[in-house]
Write a protein that binds this ligand. Sequence first.
Ligand code: THU
Length: 162
Amino acid sequence: MEQKNISFSYLEYDSMDELSPSDRELLEHAKNAVDSAYAPYSQYKVGAAVRMGNGKIITGNNQENMAFPSGLCAERVALFAAASTNPGIAVKAIAITAKSLQFPVEKPVPPCGSCRQAIIEYEMLSHEKIRIILMGETGKVLTIEGMDALLPLAFKEEGLKK
Ligand code: THU
């Protein structure tokens, strides 16, 4: 028996002004997408923006449903829109942010488990890591290189494709 350890590092910025122009642009798109979220049940609006290998930026936001599980997170709305309109093009980065109508969101907003799994699928498809940029309404910004950091030992069964 052997103990194994997994660790990861990420960058923490005091504000979005410190980001590279391209990451800041993507985060601005995510922030712009927040207000169009359809979140009448949670009052929690999430925005996501995906940068594709062809330079396109595609945004999404959470879409809720009165049958709660029928709704979808912002990240998957953006990713599925991006992949369905740009087949064969790699996803380079995703920026995620949120705003609540009930309380201030002052910390970075990390993706839920299902969205982490969905992001990994697109990393496997392109064999490229996806950079993840996280921010709340205000406060610090985190950037993470690749979803392995946020979903270690993920389900990756490539044999299912054959
Ligand atoms: N939500 C997202 O859009 N992304 C996440 O990663 C976590 C949660 C949405 C789902 C729901 O509409 C609302 O936030 C509250 O959970």
